[in-house]
Design a binder for this molecule. Structure first.
Ligand SMILES: [Zn+2]
Length: 135
């Protein structure tokens, strides 16, 4: 079982790929205490919260990670196969090899809800909002 932690981070100024983000919210995930940006499985990824939220509801394919510019194909991102069982949520995808993660279903849902509650959307916008799905 992998432990998932989902946080939101309000950023005053950040620049990547020539894109300037000011007063934006980035969603951050830690798996087994490791920040996703430090993991090969999520190389070149930025989190799209709308799909992460949907993935907590039911089995399906969700674009949880995309390029920081929003265009999934730009960083070779594809949807993640998310499978719900009674007590677990699984992620399966290909990125630097075959990746498989297994989370406690209740913990996953609670982390998504907790993160959503903390979003101060009246003051900040989500950094990743206009997303182009992979072709
Ligand atoms: Zn990009």
């Amino acid at each position: 079982m992998n432990k998932i932690t989902i946080n939101q981070k309000e950023i005053k100024f950040y620049e990547e790929e020539g894109i300037v983000f000011s007063n934006k919210i980035f969603i951050e995930i830690q798996i087994d205490e490791l920040h996703f940006k430090e993991m090969n499985a999520f190389e070149g990824g930025a989190i799209y919260f709308h799909e992460l939220k949907k993935s907590a509801k039911k089995t399906g394919e969700y674009l949880i990670f995309t390029c920081i510019c929003g265009i999934a194909d730009d960083a070779g991102w594809d949807k993640i196969n998310v499978v719900h069982s009674k007590n677990e949520i699984y992620w399966e995808f290909e990125r630097n090899g075959s990746q498989k993660f297994k989370f406690d279903r209740i913990e996953y849902i609670e982390q998504v809800i907790k993160c959503e509650k903390l979003l101060n959307l009246s003051k900040f916008y989500l950094a990743i909002e206009n997303v182009v799905f992979p072709e």
